[in-house]
Design a protein around this ligand. Structure first.
Ligand code: PLP
Ligand code: COI
Length: 340
């Protein structure tokens, strides 16, 4: 497929091969200079660390076309910093922040035709990732790694775009106390696959995971953090050391406070508080803010007052303001938008 053949507005969240991707190899204690390649395949030893012991982590961010035709990325510095934290926790070598940002610029520049036009509702999703590439059979970190960034044009993460979702409280756990829930390790997603397939089979769009230590607090979903709006208009998000520090969620909390003048609160949120909220949304790079209309807790249906028809009013304001900042129609805070 070539970019010109794409019907941008009907894109879902899937992989489309684009022209070039960035690759850098780590060997003998250092990263090479990195280069762009047309080859989308990765050839590995059968015993590579990533294949045997899942030594891999990744990031996700997007490039957009603004209203005035510029190509921009949203807060890539925070993805670089989060990947550094993931690498440290996974005993992988850090890919330096400046080099990460350079790899993003190179990948977007080399695939400019694939950046969806303004107003299409689509964006160019960028997937930086790293994995242990040499053979390891004893349980230990690899000594060789590959860092790559590919780009793929995407539409909405959830089918139906911004239609409110139905989610369930999961009986499966996502992250253990003192485990890896706070980093973007591939293993966190591998262990959520059973639960997401099961959720879909039961008619739910996503799983809400609870804290696995006590199973009394709301954590996040398989691919997004959670925001709630109280009946008196306060924006609340769960605080926990085992959820991924979402860049979207941190940005939305700032937008809520500084742009919309709302009260914001990051604190532990108990499951038995769910009935007291007016709105709920899932937030992340892929999810943007996807409204939740119904939460099912073991057969008990909690219907958010915002309903199953549309986004709640506060969620909508948050969504419109964040999209406006990303699309260049609302002034962004210093450093949030990086022009490519
Ligand atoms: N939580 C999980 C488990 C995720 O996979 C993601 C996606 O990156 C998020 C939250 C949202 O994070 P961000 O807003 O940085 O994309
Ligand atoms: C993202 O939002 O970038 C993610 O990595 C989430 C993933 C489930 C697609």
């Amino acid at each position: 497929m070539c970019a010109k053949e794409i019907d941008w507005s009907s894109l879902g969240f899937g992989y489309v091969k684009t022209d070039l991707r960035y690759v850098s190899d780590y060997k003998d204690g250092k990263w090479d200079d990195g280069a762009m390649t047309a080859d989308e395949t990765v050839v590995l030893n059968e015993c590579a660390g990533v294949l045997q012991y899942a030594q891999t982590c990744f990031e996700g961010l997007k490039a957009y076309t603004t209203e005035d035709g510029r190509t921009v990325c949203f807060r890539p510095d925070l993805n670089a910093e989060r990947m550094i934290e993931s690498c440290k926790r996974m005993r992988m070598p850090v890919f330096p922040k400046e080099r990460f940002l350079d790899a993003i610029v190179k990948t977007v520049s080399a695939n400019r035709e694939w950046v969806p036009p303004y107003g299409s509702g689509a964006s160019l999703y960028l997937r930086p990732y790293m994995f242990g590439s040499n053979a390891v059979i004893g349980v230990k970190p690899a000594t060789e790694y590959q860092f790559r960034v590919f780009a793929t044009p995407v539409g909405p993460y959830f089918k139906g775009g911004v239609k409110p979702l139905t989610v369930r409280i999961s009986d499966f756990d996502r992250a253990a106390p003192h485990g890896t829930g706070h980093i973007k390790a591939g293993l966190n997603y591998a262990m959520s696959l059973y639960a997401i397939v099961d959720a879909h089979e039961q008619g739910f769009d996503e799983n809400i995971y609870l804290d696995s230590g006590t199973r009394t607090y709301i954590e996040e979903t398989g691919g997004a953090n959670i925001l709630f709006v109280t009946k008196d208009g306060k924006v609340v998000t769960p605080k926990s050391s085992t959820i991924l520090p979402s860049i979207t969620r941190r940005s939305l909390m700032y937008v809520a406070k500084e742009y919309l003048g709302l009260e914001v609160e990051e604190r532990p949120v108990r499951v038995d508080e769910l009935e007291s909220f007016a709105e709920c949304g899932l937030c992340g790079t892929a999810a943007v803010i996807s409204p939740v209309g119904k939460i099912v807790d073991h057969g008990k249906e909690i219907c958010l007052p915002s309903g199953m028809g549309d986004m709640g009013p506060v969620t909508k304001k948050l969504y419109d303001t964040l999209r406006g900042i990303q699309m260049g129609t609302i002034p962004a805070p210093e450093g949030w938008i990086v022009e490519i």
